[in-house]
Design a protein around this ligand. Structure first.
Ligand SMILES: Nc1ncnc2c1ncn2[C@@H]1O[C@H](COP(=O)(O)OP(=O)(O)O)[C@@H](O)[C@H]1O
Ligand SMILES: [Mg+2]
Length: 159
């Protein structure tokens, strides 16, 4: 499923639909796409909607930010600055959070190789060639493990 957002408000609406489609089990989400595509912005809107209890910053320098909301713990990884050695230091967290009932976001998940569960939902964010405010958010369910979630999301986007 590929969704076009024309501006920040559209991305916010998409993030709200995403957040309200989540169930108590949470979701393991990987995000790919160039720098500045809108990965962090999307996550920020999701966390705003879920009313998390900590300031929402980009974890680029800290690798992992943790938040709480009523439903589940939330983990936001940004692996962009991780060297191979650094990755080893967060593997226990990656493994644990993929098993927990949690909402986990991983930016630059391609740097974590085999530590990402295959059933995760991937969001690929792309620029539009013609308009700087336009972005494309593609939701990719590689192993078809998140069909119910995507069906709910599609319903909420339409309404
Ligand atoms: N439609 C849009 N959706 C998301 N971000 C947008 C959009 N239009 C412009 N932007 C801007 O693009 C930038 C995206 O930055 P960021 O989310 O940090 O990117 P990434 O995390 O992918 O590197 C932000 O400055 C945001 O304001
Ligand atoms: Mg980012």
């Amino acid at each position: 499923m590929k969704i076009k957002t024309e501006n920040l408000q559209d991305t916010k609406n998409l993030a709200n639909a995403f957040a309200s489609s989540l169930c108590k089990k949470g979701l393991f989400v990987t995000l790919t796409g160039d720098i500045g595509a809108g990965k962090t912005q999307f996550i920020r809107y999701v966390l705003e909607f879920l009313k998390v209890d900590k300031k929402i910053t980009s974890p680029s320098f800290v690798i992992l930010n943790e938040y709480k909301c009523e439903l589940f713990p939330i983990y936001h990884f940004d692996l962009y600055r991780l060297e191979e050695k650094g990755l080893n230091s967060i593997i226990p967290e990656l493994r644990q959070y993929s098993k927990d009932n949690a909402l986990t976001f991983i930016e630059w998940a391609q740097f974590a190789h085999d530590e990402i569960p295959k059933s995760s939902l991937r969001i690929n964010v792309e620029y539009d060639e013609d308009n700087v405010d336009v972005r494309w958010f593609e939701f990719i369910d590689t192993e078809n493990k998140n069909e119910a979630f995507l069906k709910e999301l599609a319903k909420r986007i339409k309404s």
